[in-house]
Design a protein around this ligand. Structure first.
Ligand SMILES: [Ca+2]
Ligand SMILES: [Ca+2]
Ligand SMILES: [Ca+2]
Length: 238
């Protein structure tokens, strides 16, 4: 194979490799859920090999890094609290022994916004668990949840989840069979997630979770290898 042919072949490989990168970066986001959730063992993110990952269970406040929220407040265990079941160290059908995050009867949506500088890049995976609704219209203790996400440019993603009906209609007594995970995976990055209810400002969430998986190592190796191939003939001709 002549030097020119090697160079053309290498350039073709390089073009093919680079052409694959934008596709990887802008691949359509995948929305996950709603799915039953009693502990982090039920998270679809459990077992993923992350560059970084944070799970906020609100048991000692709200203090995971690189995230802010539009409203609401953390609440401690009480008869009115509806935590993820396992946070009180017992999966027993009750979430009153754990802490959660509450809309304060003022918010119909909660937006969690991520700080790429603080985190070392936007998360590629983000999710949250809906745990309870109280006063709602027309029926208390049930309603529609909508889950949305924003890309790395701050644009609302086209796809979303819901409204999907949740709630067991029983009351504000900490039942956990109704609890549902909502999440999204987007390799191009997630700047924010928004969870909303279409009929209530009196509801709770728990287990905010977010992490980043870097670009596949195989792609980086391929690009590096092609770059070496392209450079070799040039060195011989100089
Ligand atoms: Ca429990
Ligand atoms: Ca909790
Ligand atoms: Ca619940």
């Amino acid at each position: 194979m002549t030097t020119n042919l090697i160079r053309r072949s290498a350039l073709l490989l390089c073009a093919m490799a680079l052409a694959s990168l934008p596709h990887t970066a802008t691949a359509q986001a995948a929305f996950l859920g709603p799915s039953p959730y009693l502990s982090f063992n039920d998270s679809p993110f459990n077992g993923t090999d992350f560059q970084y990952f944070f799970l906020e269970d609100f048991e000692d406040g709200f203090n995971t890094p690189g995230v802010s929220v539009s409203g609401g407040t953390q609440i401690d265990p009480s008869d009115q609290t509806d935590s993820v079941d396992g946070d009180d160290l017992s999966i027993d059908g009750s979430g009153t022994g754990g802490a959660s995050f509450f809309t304060l009867q003022t918010e119909d949506s909660l937006t969690f916004t991520f700080d790429a500088n603080a985190l070392g890049g936007f998360p590629t995976h983000a999710g949250i668990v809906w745990t309870d609704v109280g006063f709602a219209n027309p029926n208390d203790f049930e309603g529609g949840v909508i889950f949305e996400a924003f890309d790395a440019l701050g644009e609302l993603m086209i796809d979303s989840i819901g409204p999907v009906t949740v709630g067991d209609g029983v009351g504000v007594t900490g039942e956990t069979d109704e609890d549902r995970f909502f999440g999204v995976v987007n390799v191009g990055g997630i700047s924010a997630i928004r969870i909303s209810m279409d009929n209530s400002v009196d509801w709770e969430v728990d287990h905010l979770q977010y992490g980043r998986v870097p670009e596949p190592a195989s792609v980086a190796v391929l690009v590096l290898g092609v770059a070496v191939l392209v450079q070799r003939p040039t060195r011989r001709c100089s």
